[in-house]
Design a protein around this ligand. Structure first.
Ligand SMILES: NC(=O)c1ccc[n+]([C@@H]2O[C@H](COP(=O)([O-])OP(=O)(O)OC[C@H]3O[C@@H](n4cnc5c(N)ncnc54)[C@H](O)[C@@H]3O)[C@@H](O)[C@H]2O)c1
Length: 443
C-alpha cells in the first residue's frame, strides 16, 4: 500500500520505517530541509534503539524515501498520516498550526480519494477542523467533489521502545464514523494485528480523547507516587517498601508507580496541560489534572532542594556531577526533562555542572551552547572528577551498579543525590556515603 507521512520526528520516522518494513511504499515529508537531507544521506536525526537499521534497510530496498515536496507526498499515498508536533500554545492548549498546515497542503494538492489520518496527539474536535480546512482549500480550487475521510488514529509508542510498540501494539485505536475507512485502516494495520485482535474501533471524538486519557492516567500515577514519596519522607517511611506493598495488589499493579523527580518528555507535560485547558475552555474545572501538573512541577525541584539543604543556599564554587540528561533512559530527548530544571536551578544558585548521558550529549550541547558552568563529559567517571557531589537524574542501566569506591575517590566528599531511587540506602551508608533519595529514610 502507498503511505505518506507528514512529520519526520519520533512518531513519523518510527511509523514510516515500521510501515515500510512490512512491505508498504512509504514517503516521509518534512518541512525541515536539513533533517530531510540528513535522512536522504542515511543519517538518523534522533536516537531510538533499532531505528537507524530499520530506516537504512527499507531505504535501500526502495520502500522508504524522504522529501520536502508536499505535492509529491500528497500524490503518493492513499493514506496520508499527519504526525507533526502539537506543542503547547501560550496558554497550554495544543497548538494546531502544524496539523492544520498539513491539512491545507493536502487540500492544495489532492486529486483523488485520500484517507487522512491524525496520528499527532490532538484535542477532541481536531478531525473536524482538519476536514473543514481541507474542504475550504478544495473549494477555493473548485475541487469540492474530491472525496476524502479523516480518521483519528492516535499513537501510543514509547520513546526508547518505539519500534516494538509500533510492531506489537497493545491497541490500535481507529476513530471513524465511516465503515469503509475503518476497513482500509484494518487492512493497513493487518501485519501488526496477527497475534490477536488489537484494533479498537470507535467514533472520532472518543479516539481523540482516548490518547489524552491514557497519558493523563499515566501522569497521574507518577504524580500520585511522588506525592506519596514526599509524605513518606516526612513521616519516616520508605516509599520503596510502600511501592512494593501497594503494587502487589493486582488492582494497582507494579507498573508505572516509581517515585522520582517528575515526568518529562514531549508528551505527558503538554498532554495533561492541553486536556486540562480544553476542559476549562468548556467550563469544567479538571481538578485532578491540575493537581497532577502542579505536583509534577514541584517534584522537578525536589533534588535541587535536597542539594541546597545539604550545602546551604549559596552554591557558588560547588561542582555537581550529573548522571543523566535525557528525560528517561533509551532516548536522547531532553524536552521537559527534570535534568534541565535541576541544572538551571544549580546555575542560578552559582554551582557548576559536570554532566554525562549515554545518548543526550549532542542534544545538551544544542540546548545549552557554550556555558562556562556546564561541562559535558565523555564518561560517567569524567563527570565525577573533583565534583562535590553526584546527582542522578535518569535511571540509565549504566548507572545502576557503578564502582562506588571510584565514585568516593573522585568526589571531594562521598555524597549522592539519587533522583530515581536506583541505589540501596543501607549499602551506601555502609560504604560511608551520605545518600539522599526520593521518599526514603527521611530524604
Ligand atoms: N514522541 C512521542 O513519544 C510521541 C508518542 C505518541 C504521540 N506523540 C505525538 O505525535 C506528534 C508528533 O510528535 P513527535 O515527538 O514525533 O514530534 P517531533 O517534534 O519529534 O517531530 C515533528 C516533526 O514535524 C515536522 N513538521 C512540522 N510542520 C510540518 C509540516 N507542515 N509538514 C511536514 N512536517 C512538519 C517538524 O519539522 C518535525 O520534524 C505529537 O502530537 C506528539 O504529541 C508523540
Amino acid at each position: 500500500m502507498k503511505v505518506t507521512i507528514f512529520g519526520s520526528g519520533y512518531v513519523g520516522l518510527v511509523s514510516g520505517a515500521c510501515l515500510a518494513d512490512v512491505g508498504n511504499e512509504v514517503v516521509c515529508v518534512d518541512i525541515d530541509s536539513d533533517k530531510i537531507e540528513l535522512l536522504k544521506r542515511g543519517e538518523v536525526p534522533i536516537y531510538e534503539p533499532g531505528l537507524d537499521q530499520l530506516i537504512h534497510s527499507n531505504q535501500q530496498a526502495g520502500r522508504l524515501s524522504f522529501t520536502t515536496d508536499v505535492a509529491e507526498g500528497v500524490e503518493h499515498g492513499l493514506f496520508q498520516f499527519i504526525a507533526v508536533g502539537t506543542p503547547p500554545d501560550e496558554d497550554g492548549s495544543a497548538d494546531l498550526q502544524y496539523v492544520l498546515a498539513v491539512a491545507a497542503g493536502i487540500g492544495q494538492h489532492m486529486n483523488s480519494y485520500k484517507v487522512i489520518i491524525d496520528k499527532s496527539t490532538v484535542p477532541v474536535g481536531t478531525a473536524d477542523k482538519v476536514r473543514a480546512r481541507i474542504e475550504e482549500v478544495l473549494k477555493a480550487r473548485s475541487q469540492s467533489g474530491i472525496e476524502f475521510d479523516v480518521v483519528s488514529n492516535p499513537e501510543f509508542l514509547k520513546e526508547g521502545d518505539a519500534i516494538d510498540d509500533f510492531m506489537k501494539p497493545d491497541r490500535i485505536i481507529v476513530g471513524t464514523d465511516n465503515p469503509r475507512t475503518s476497513e482500509l485502516l484494518r487492512a493497513l494495520y493487518a501485519p501488526f494485528n496477527r497475534n490477536h485482535e488489537r484494533v479498537i474501533a470507535m467514533d472520532v471524538r472518543s479516539a481523540e480523547l482516548t490518547k489524552y486519557a491514557a497519558n493523563a492516567m499515566l501522569a497521574t500515577k507518577i504524580s500520585f507516587m511522588n506525592e506519596l514519596a514526599n509524605i513518606a519522607e516526612r513521616v519516616g517511611a520508605d516509599i520503596e517498601h510502600v511501592r512494593v506493598g501497594i503494587g502487589s495488589d493486582p488492582r494497582i499493579g507494579y507498573d508505572f508507580i516509581y517515585p522520582g523527580i517528575g515526568y518529562g518528555g514531549s508528551c505527558f507535560p503538554k498532554d495533561v496541560q492541553a486536556l486540562e485547558r480544553s476542559a476549562r475552555s468548556l467550563g469544567y474545572h479538571a481538578q485532578i489534572l491540575e493537581a497532577v501538573e502542579q505536583v509534577n512541577y514541584r517534584q522537578k525541584e525536589v533534588l535541587f532542594h535536597k542539594i541546597k539543604s545539604h550545602f546551604g543556599d549559596d552554591l557558588r564554587g560547588k561542582v555537581i556531577a550529573l548522571w543523566g540528561l535525557a528525560f528517561k533512559p533509551n532516548t536522547d530527548d531532553m524536552r521537559e526533562a527534570p535534568s534541565r530544571v535541576l541544572m538551571e536551578a544549580l546555575w542560578e544558585a552559582g554551582a557548576r555542572v559536570q554532566a554525562y548521558d549515554p545518548e543526550a550529549m549532542d542534544e545538551a550541547a544544542r540546548l545549552y551552547p557554550s556555558r562556562d558552568d556546564l561541562l559535558l563529559c565523555d564518561s560517567p567517571e569524567a563527570a565525577l572528577k573533583n565534583a562535590d557531589a553526584l546527582a542522578v537524574a535518569t535511571e540509565w542501566k549504566l548507572f545502576r551498579s557503578p564502582n562506588f569506591d571510584a565514585i568516593a575517590e573522585a568526589l571531594s566528599a562521598p555524597v549522592i543525590f539519587d533522583g530515581r531511587n536506583i541505589y540501596d540506602p543501607k549499602y551506601l551508608k555502609g560504604r560511608g556515603f551520605t545518600y539522599y533519595a526520593i521518599g526514603r529514610n527521611g530524604g
